[in-house]
Structures are given as C-alpha cells and as structure tokens.
Design a protein around this ligand. Structure first.
Ligand SMILES: Nc1nc2c(ncn2[C@@H]2O[C@H](COP(=O)(O)OP(=O)(O)O)[C@@H](O)[C@H]2O)c(=O)[nH]1
Ligand SMILES: [Mg+2]
Length: 469
C-alpha cells in the first residue's frame, strides 16, 4: 500500500446494505470544501463556517443537478476540525439514510470534488501517523470491532485506552535511562569512570525483565480470549459427535441419525463457551470405509484433528471400547500444544466402558461424562473446556493483557535481549556489548506501540481493517 497523506480521503463507514442510517466520512485538508458542494445546511450557513463538533441538519443535494435543486436525502452533518478529530485532520461525517445508492452517490460526488476513496484502515493509519493513537491502540480499534465475546471487548477497550501502552512505555523509558548511563560510560572509558555501578545496572535490568515477564506470563490466555480456539469433535461413527455440536449450539445444526456415517463433511460453527470464542468443528466419524464420499470425509476429519487447538474425543459409554476408539485415544495428540478432553457420552444408558482403559485422573488428558440426550454433564463439560484453556487463577489477576502474537513475539525478543545484557553485565563485558543488547530490547518494545515502526509492520496491521475505518 502506498499511501499519500496530504490528500483527502472518503469512504462509506457503515456496512454496505440496508440500514436505518448510513455514514460517509471524509478526512483531509479539502474535506470541508469537498462536502460543501453536496450539503445545504438548513440554517442557510455555508458549511465552511459551520460550528465544529456540532450536529447540523442539512439537505443533501443531488450532485448531478447543476441548479442545486434536486435533493438526494436529508442528513445530519458534523464537521470536526483537526487536530481534534479521529484522524487529526479536518473530518466531515454525513449521516443519511442507510441505502446503498445514496451512500455511493455521495462518495462519487466527493471523489469528483477532489477526494479519493480511502484504503482499508487509512483513517486509523492517519490517526496513528498524526499521533492520535499509538500502534497498540490502533490494533485495539480493530479488536473492538471484531470482539467475539463481552470479555474480548473489555480487553480491547483497555488496550484502546492505553493500558498496555503505558506498561510498555514505562519499561522502555527505564531501559532508555539505563542505556544513557551505559553509553556515557563508553565515551569516558579512558578516564576509567563508571557512570553506573554494575549492581545498579543489574537491578534495573532485572526489574524490567520481571515487568516483561509478567506481561508474557498471561499472553497465551490473552490471545485465547481475543482470537479464540479451534476445537474439533472427533470419534468413531455414531458416538454422538453431531448431537454434541447441536447441544452446545442449542440448535439442530447437524443432521443426527442412528445410521453410522451420516456426517460426511466438516461442519463449522462459532460459539462462546464460558467467555472463550470457540470455532467448533463436527467431523465425519473416523473408520475404515470403502465409500469414496465417506473416505473423503474421514480425510477431512484428520486434517481438522491436526489443526485443532483442542480435541473433544467422543466415546459411546454404552459400548465397550472398540479398536477404533483405542487408536484414537492413543494417537490423537500429534502436537504438544494441543489440549485433549475425552468425552464419554450416553451416560443415560448402562455404562460399558472399562474405566481402567480411560486416561487416569490427574493425567494431562481430562475425562468428562455426559448425556447429550438428557443434557447431563454439559455444564461441567463447558467448565472443563475453559479450565483446559485458561488457568483457574487467571480471572482474579488484575493484570494488563497481551492479546496479539505480534506483541508477544516482540516481548519475547525484548526478554531475550535483556537476558543477554544481564549476562554481559555479570561477566564484566564491555559497555558496547551491553549497549547493543539494550538497544535491541528498546527497539523491540518500541515496535509494540509504534515508537519504532517500518512500512512493512504498518502495512500488515492496517490491511486487516475494512475500508472506512
Ligand atoms: N441414548 C443416547 N443416545 C444418544 C446420545 N447422544 C446421541 N445419541 C444417539 O446416537 C446416534 C448417533 O448420534 P450422532 O450425533 O449422529 O453421532 P455421530 O455419528 O457421532 O455424529 C443418534 O441416534 C443419537 O440420537 C445420548 O446421550 N444418549
Ligand atoms: Mg455426525
């Protein structure tokens, strides 16, 4: 994306479709001029003299009518003069009825008047480049829009209000202070003056190391709460996988029959389990089959199984374990990060599984007993799913959460650089070496808030946004 920043941009800011209200926003030096051609304020005043940050009732003129008589719609218009605006530039928002033709006609007129269509995320990018938001806050704008749960929204709002940025800036400033002392020492090395005693340097570094460690400690949970997880329901045919999907969704999404091999494809639904966004996959039962359609279903089940963060391995408690069940229990865990929960279903029927064949209590694989038919055990199943993903003491902690992989990896690099710096100090290494590691740590932290940024980082972040944000 090659942005120009001194021109004027416009975009429809509301979703395309029918809506009570639709909003077009314009930002840039010519925003007010460009909108003037379309807007006749009911007060009779010209738009450029309209008060800022006040809603004005206006008629929107049909731009194709040269006598300025034909009306397009009526609207509420707000002018927000920079720098007190979202982007920091002059902004005009036109709030009219939410019809596709109205909104597109307005945009076309603004473009004829000198604006251009905004790139995805360009309003927020301008807000960042004009110092209205830092990079972590800009990311939180998108997190707010995309929040999948109430908890996810709360975390996004904290980040948008600067909770994470303040934490990062505090550590970064501390390190910048230490670096200044170390660098001063390098310049005066001939005079043999130590500008900062190494105990003080070590203490400062340790403190910063701990602060970053605290942020990293909960980053896995933070990411799970923002991004959610993928959970695959697996098991041999007829154990009740599709019934379980339906029960968790509380709808008849998947076809359930007593005929083994009913589910042929992977079904996918997103739901909220105890505050965690879960992408739940119902898969075809895994078994040897000669039916080519079912074979493809089984292949897709295996792919889903490999990619999932969490496996729900369903067994039919009313029957002894089959060889297929045992194979699943044995090799269902190809990667160490994957969590597993064995779900024994049909507890409404007499139990026939030998408990000795199930994973023992206390192993890293939990067991839940349920009956989808009666609903027994489903609440405990939801609790167990949360417990597998989020540590039990997590809720009570009042800590700033890291929710992005980008932040997590930058913090990890910070941590590594500080560990190296600490080792150098302890080994009595030269100041240059310590300074190099300190700079690496400072830069890595700066990437999170955008104090240090490259076009590449910015492009990757803002291309995720929609046009108009
Ligand atoms: N008795 C009893 N039957 C169940 C239970 N859950 C599912 N079933 C039945 O088991 C059969 C297979 O269910 P289905 O969800 O299609 O299994 P899938 O092949 O694993 O997806 C259907 O006849 C369901 O009604 C349960 O908890 N108790
Ligand atoms: Mg099924």
């Amino acid at each position: 994306m090659n942005y120009q920043l001194n021109d004027t941009i416009c975009a429809i800011a509301t979703p395309i479709g029918e809506g009570g209200i639709g909003i077009v926003r314009v930002s840039g030096e010519k925003a007010i001029d460009a909108a003037s051609g379309l807007v006749a304020l009911r007060s009779g005043a010209p738009l450029p003299s309209a008060a800022s940050h006040v809603l004005h009732h206006a008629d929107l003129l049909d731009p194709t009518d040269s006598r300025r008589r034909a009306l397009l719609d009526d609207a509420l218009v707000v002018v927000m003069r920079g720098p007190r605006s979202y982007t920091g530039e002059d902004v005009v928002e036109l709030q009219c009825h939410g019809g596709v033709v109205i909104l597109q006609t307005i945009c076309e007129a603004l473009i004829r008047a000198g604006a251009r269509l905004a790139e995805p995320g360009e309003f927020t990018k301008r807000a960042f480049l004009n110092g209205r938001l830092d990079l972590a806050q800009a990311e939180a704008v998108l997190d707010t829009i995309r929040a999948k749960t109430a908890g996810g929204l709360r975390i996004a709002q904290e980040q948008l209000r600067g909770a994470l940025s303040r934490e990062i800036d505090t550590v970064r400033e501390k390190l910048i202070g230490l670096l200044a002392h170390v660098e001063a020492g390098i310049d005066f090395v001939e005079e043999d003056i130590a500008f900062i005693p190494s105990v003080e340097l070590t203490a400062g570094l340790r403190q910063a190391h701990e602060a970053v460690g605290r942020l990293l400690a909960h980053s896995r949970e933070g990411r799970i709460l923002r991004e959610g997880v993928t959970a695959a329901i697996i098991g041999r045919p007829n154990v009740g996988k599709s019934s379980l999907l339906n029960a968790l969704l509380k709808t008849d999404r998947a076809i359930v029959t007593p005929i083994p091999g009913t589910t042929r494809d992977v079904l996918e639904e997103v739901l909220n389990i105890r505050g965690i966004p879960v992408r739940l996959l119902d898969t075809a039962g895994i078994r040897d089959t000669t039916d080519p359609v079912e074979q493809e279903g089984v292949r897709r089940s295996r792919v889903a199984q490999e990619q999932a963060d969490l496996l729900l391995i369903v067994l039919d408690g009313s029957m002894p374990l089959t060889q297929d069940d045992r194979t699943l229990l044995e090799d269902a865990c190809p990667n160490v990060d994957q969590k597993r929960l064995v779900v024994v279903n049909k507890t409404d029927l007499p139990g026939r599984i030998d408990p000795a064949l199930l994973p023992p209590a206390g192993s890293d694989c939990a067991v839940a007993q349920i009956s989808v038919k009666t609903g027994d055990g489903l609440d405990e199943l939801r609790d167990r799913i949360r417990l597998l993903l989020i540590r039990p003491d997590f809720e009570t902690r009042e800590t700033v959460l890291v929710t992005h992989l980008r932040h997590q990896t930058a913090l990890q690099r910070t941590q590594d650089a500080m560990t190296a710096a600490l080792a150098s100090v302890e080994a009595g290494q030269a100041g240059e070496l310590i300074a190099m590691d300190l700079r690496a740590a400072i830069d890595a932290l700066g990437e999170i808030t955008g104090a240090v940024s490259t076009d590449d980082i910015l492009d990757r972040i803002f291309k995720e946004f929609c046009i108009g944000k």
